[in-house]
Design a protein around this ligand. Structure first.
Ligand SMILES: CC(C)(COP(=O)(O)OP(=O)(O)OC[C@H]1O[C@@H](n2cnc3c(N)ncnc32)[C@H](O)[C@@H]1OP(=O)(O)O)[C@@H](O)C(=O)NCCC(=O)NCCS
Length: 227
């Protein structure tokens, strides 16, 4: 088994999707704020984000700051982050985290500071959500789909599926499982990409339920799930 923390290669690929010619490519440092702004639009009415920050104007503002920090400090430099671009505009992005070596990641410190600064009074609920999600992570080595979002006006045209599939090839090369958590609205979407519900995440009695989803290991040679 080759387990890597490789980043995506510099190659990009053009896809004809819903009347757009979408370019799928690895994200660069300069993309961080564009990714953050796009995630803010994609997650504006997300049920967990709405529970953390009920006020819509404040939520969109915080989502942009928080997700810019995630892309800049956690995604682009250390993981595998992809953007989907239509005529120079970022219409979707996916941030994957590679299998962790299990040590404290000091590189997360700038992110923690930026996040705390952005969230203010919403820190307790965000920490509850973060702790619950962290506690549900599988013990086995896995690629983690930390964030996936598509601009609302580009949703339903295949951009999200293309972004996930772009990295699943690397997950399969590593012969590892892929893992994510999501809400009930997206179970059908991820089910079609081979993910199965393996658990429920209770953040708080008043919070929407989240689900742990896993995609089993595949052998590149056989193209099928492995035991
Ligand atoms: C979830 C999300 C990432 C999916 O991205 P997307 O680009 O809309 O996904 P796709 O277009 O690949 O597939 C979505 C649906 O459109 C359908 N579809 C795909 N290609 C299509 C096309 N050319 N024409 C019409 N419909 C199409 C798919 O069958 C799928 O059906 P579903 O709604 O029953 O699941 C996106 O909706 C999103 O950003 N949502 C808000 C944020 C969020 O919840 N993120 C995930 C958190 S884990």
């Amino acid at each position: 088994m080759t387990t890597s923390t490789r980043r995506p290669t510099g190659q990009s690929a053009a896809h004809k999707l819903g009347g757009m010619t979408v370019d799928l490519r690895p994200a660069q440092a300069a993309d961080a704020s564009g990714i953050g702004a796009m995630f803010a639009r994609a997650f504006a009415y997300d049920t967990i984000a709405s529970w953390v920050t009920p006020d819509i104007a404040r939520r969109v503002r915080l989502l942009a700051r928080l997700n810019t920090a995630i892309a800049r400090d956690e995604g682009i430099p250390h993981g595998a982050t992809y953007v989907a671009e239509d005529a120079g505009r970022i219409v979707g992005a996916a941030i994957w985290q590679p299998p962790k070596p299990g040590r404290v990641n000091w590189r997360s410190v700038p992110f923690a500071l930026a996040a705390g600064n952005a969230l203010g009074r919403d820190i307790p609920r965000m920490m509850m959500a973060g702790r619950a999600a962290a506690g549900a992570r599988p013990r086995q080595r896995h690629w983690y789909l930390q964030l996936l979002g598509v601009d609302p006006d580009a949703q339903g045209t295949g951009v999200g599926s293309a972004l996930v599939k772009a990295h699943l090839a690397m997950v399969d090369e590593d012969e590892l499982v892929a893992y994510l958590e999501t809400t009930v609205e997206n179970l059908g979407f991820y089910g079609r990409l081979g993910f199965e519900v393996v658990g429920e995440i209770v953040i708080h009695p008043s919070a929407p339920r989240e689900y742990s989803l896993m995609r089993s290991r595949r052998s590149v040679r056989e193209g099928s799930p492995r035991p």
